[in-house]
Design a protein around this ligand. Structure first.
Ligand code: PLP
Length: 387
């Protein structure tokens, strides 16, 4: 049994989320619900593996542990029914570095990359900073739920080389259904596009769902898909910067590897040691985490509905992120940020996900329940002061 109620003080420990440059100090200090990592201790086995690694007292050049790719393969099979070969796995220093390498490996400057919006903001940055063109395919809100606009996708696919997406989706929390994934893939195959599927949140899906890796749908789809996975969200190891990129097609894998080498993207031994331990021993932890997160999710959803109805929370099917529509507060993006900070909390602001969501915010609920309750109560009081 893991104790996810334990409050671990992360201040002064170089945590981005809890750093005083972002949340202040003393009476002014904000409670952080922004950066997407959890406030939970990593599994015991991960801690022990890292301790053994540290106690060796010698940290020279290293190779990936022999069992690491096998552990990735076993995890994908067991948790997501995705059958892969060990040689399909490439390691990178986090998923952002893999997305950037993929953009350059598989497209030429000026070529179009399709993305759904709203989306994790580095998608825009990595495309634009590498001189490629963002083609936006905004999702539609239908019956209170974000759904893809396939007509628009199909039109824009004609000018795109790659579709880059995350599933489960950050920030909306959508888990694309098998039908939706198949429809997307059909359009991509028809237009000879590659699919870069960021599945970093794949372990965290609710209400009995099973995450469906895009590449698991068929051999044809697998041959056109780059799957980005990582233990970082599930096992609280994001700071170790190690991810596993799964590419079934040998030619694509070689192109990706060449780009990775050109950019000298390497991982350190602690990150891969933690990855192997997490994927080998992490089942029980992941199950308990999911059940804890689902309770936090339901508590927060109910709280917004009952006590802060001016803020509408979308139901996340996966991820530990609540996407909040704050339009009814009648504040501009900047005023909304000030509203949250003057209420005593720090959230991720919707403006980062594109202009039309500037009256939105994203709240990370992967924290001990007591902190979540306190954060929600601060937001509630802030709204009451506003009226
Ligand atoms: C969808 C998505 N992709 C990638 C990342 C970052 O991954 P990494 O820390 O492995 O670079 C995040 C982190 O929030 C994310 O939400």
């Amino acid at each position: 049994m893991y104790n996810f109620d334990e409050i671990i003080d992360r201040r002064g420990k170089n945590s981005a989320k809890w750093d005083d440059r972002f949340i202040g100090t003393g009476k002014e200090e904000l409670l952080p619900f922004w950066v997407a990592d959890t406030d939970f201790a990593a599994p015991k086995e991960v801690q022990e593996a890292l301790r053994a690694c540290v106690e060796h007292n010698l940290y020279g050049y290293s190779l990936p542990p022999k069992g690491c790719a096998g552990a990735v393969a076993k995890w994908q099979k067991k948790r997501h029914g995705f059958l892969i070969k060990e040689e399909w796995v490439e390691f990178t220093a986090g998923i952002d570095s893999a997305l950037s390498a993929a953009v350059c490996a598989f497209t030429q400057p000026g070529e179009g990359i399709l993305i759904q919006t709203p989306v994790y903001s580095p998608f825009f940055e990595t495309i634009e900073q590498n001189g490629r063109k963002v083609l936006e395919n905004p999702m539609i809100i239908k019956d209170g739920k974000y759904v893809p606009d396939f007509d628009d996708f199909e039109k824009k696919a004609q000018n795109a080389r790659v579709w880059m997406f995350c599933n489960p989706q950050n920030p909306t929390g959508r888990c694309f259904t098998k039908e939706e994934l198949e429809r997307f893939a059909g359009i991509c195959l028809k237009n000879d596009m590659l699919m870069v599927s960021d599945e970093i949140h794949g372990d965290i899906v609710f209400d009995g769902r099973i995450h469906i890796p895009m590449a698991s749908l068929s051999d044809k789809i697998c041959a056109k898909t780059v799957t980005c996975t990582s233990p970082s969200k599930t096992f609280s190891v994001a700071g170790l910067a190690a991810s596993a990129i799964i590419i079934g097609d040998e030619k694509l894998r070689n192109r990706f590897r060449a780009e990775k080498e050109k950019r000298c993207i390497n991982t350190g031994i602690p990150g891969l040691t933690a990855m192997e331990a997490a994927y080998t021993f992490g089942d029980g932890y992941a199950d308990e985490l999911l059940s804890y997160l689902q309770k936090n999710r339901d508590y927060a959803l109910n709280y917004f509905k009952e006590r802060i109805p001016k803020i509408h929370a979308f139901v996340p099917e996966g991820t530990f992120l609540l996407w909040l529509d704050c339009t009814s507060l009648m504040l501009s993006g900047r005023q909304l940020e000030t509203f949250f900070t003057s209420s005593g909390v720090k959230l991720s602001m919707g403006s980062a996900y594109k202009d039309k969501t500037e009256t939105y915010a994203r709240m990370n609920f992967a924290c001990p329940k007591a902190l979540l309750k306190e954060g929600l109560s601060r937001i509630e009081k802030g709204v009451l002061r506003q009226i």
